[in-house]
Ligand binder design. Structure first.
Ligand SMILES: [Zn+2]
Length: 418
């Protein structure tokens, strides 16, 4: 009997030990699971973090007041933002956006590549005006995509006076505010820098490498001649405008420094790719007017060279004999033919708003067809103004240009920059 009781005692003890062990192991597992869950949760937050992130939906922006996050505005989807360095913990719910001085829900963003802000606006000259915005201010990019709306009034110097909107600098970036959001515009008495009163556009044609190519026309420029010009432009801090900037300047929407110039290259039929490398080397911008049925511009692709239309196939002499100097087709060919040609050139270039008349020949009919085809601006030769164009005065369908020749001297070139 005693032995039996002893055995039962042992059995009970064993069962107790077993239960304790199971409980202990369970507990340990649970603890492990909790730790694992925590690590997973932190990893999940970290997945959303990067120096640059892209918003994945329209979402709220927050400001922090007394350790509470309070709604301060909205941000659109697909907006790139820079984040502050973050110590991510389990408690992290928001990332800080130093440029906006606001917070965003970590779930609303995903990492994206580093994004280089366009800093061309640094060349522009401020108007002598400031704007004060409403208590809620929306910001847009150049193409009028909404970026963010902040529940706050701002005061900005005006950099661009566009139709129904103002270009301002916010967080080292050119952004736009709609006139509807502007409460007040006032003079700021800033007269430090003056707008340039007129601008010259220069025309190059055949930029060639004398070691590889022959070019015997007066409109040929050797690579070394082209380089001497670009070197001078860079060393003397000239701003080389893109054509959308020239358009805004001529519309009186944008002010530019005294040292400004526009570079264009026509035809592209003789153009050494090293000419494009020179534009990159001296960080200058130019526009190539392409005859799209003759030239495939893809080898010249560069951030420093824009492509615009020089017709698809209307660069033939005396197609319109008796019209203009050399009778380019745009002067007289049937409307349908001209519009089809222009459309083809625009399609091949992936869109084009700017045009150079073949042989600089222009008439009223050509202008009306260019307008129909959706061109905003068109270029001729130097004519009566020595290649100058003037804001709020020059007909944008007759923008003057000065031609550079093979025998244009350095002194002449420098005088053209004035
Ligand atoms: Zn041409």
């Amino acid at each position: 009997m005693k032995k039996k009781a002893f055995l039962i005692l042992i059995a009970v003890l064993l069962i107790i030990i077993l239960i304790i062990s199971i409980l202990y192991l369970n507990n340990k597992n649970e603890k492990n699971n909790i730790i694992k869950d925590k690590i997973d949760a932190i990893e999940e937050i970290k997945k959303h973090y990067s120096k640059y992130v892209l918003t994945n939906k329209e979402t709220n922006l927050y400001k922090k007041e007394n350790d509470k996050y309070i709604g301060a505005g909205k941000i659109n989807s697909n907006v790139v933002i820079r984040l502050d360095k973050a110590d991510i913990t389990l408690d992290t719910k928001y990332f800080y956006i130093p440029d906006l001085e606001l917070y965003i829900d970590y779930n609303s963003v995903d990492p994206t590549d580093e994004y280089i802000k366009d800093d061309r606006y640094n060349n522009y000259i401020y108007f002598n005006n400031n704007i004060t915005t409403n208590n809620v201010t929306s910001f847009y990019d150049k193409d009028n995509n909404l970026l963010y709306t902040i529940n706050q009034s701002f005061d900005f110097k005006v950099l661009i006076k566009d139709d129904d909107r103002y270009g301002v600098v916010f967080n080292d970036e050119l952004v736009y505010v709609n006139s509807d959001d502007v409460l007040n515009i006032y003079d700021n008495a800033n007269t430090d820098l003056k707008n340039k009163s007129k601008i010259r556009t220069l025309t190059y044609h055949f930029i060639y490498n004398p070691e590889k190519q022959e070019c015997n026309q007066s409109i040929c420029q050797s690579l070394s001649q082209f380089e001497s010009h670009l070197k001078y432009i860079r060393e003397n801090d000239y701003f080389t405008l893109k054509l959308d900037e020239l358009e805004m300047y001529l519309d009186g929407k944008l002010q530019i420094p005294e040292k400004s110039i526009v570079l264009t290259i026509d035809d592209g039929t003789i153009l050494d790719v090293d000419a494009v490398k020179l534009l990159e080397k001296y960080d200058s911008n130019a526009t190539l007017f392409v005859i799209t049925s003759w030239v495939d511009p893809s080898p010249y692709k560069s951030d420093n060279l824009d492509f615009e239309s020089h017709t698809d196939n209307m660069h033939n002499q005396y197609e319109c004999a008796g019209y203009g100097m050399q009778g380019g087709g745009i002067l007289c060919l049937p409307e349908e033919t001209v519009l089809k040609d222009l459309k083809t050139s625009q399609d091949k270039l992936g869109g084009s708003k700017y045009f150079a008349y073949p042989f600089f020949d222009v008439n009223d009919r050509a202008i009306s067809l260019l307008k129909k085809a959706g061109f905003n601006m068109a270029f001729i030769g130097q004519y009566d103004t020595e290649g100058y164009s003037y804001p709020n005065k020059t007909d944008k369908y007759k923008v003057r240009r000065m031609t550079i020749f093979s025998d244009t001297s350095m002194d002449e070139f420098i005088s053209y920059l004035k």
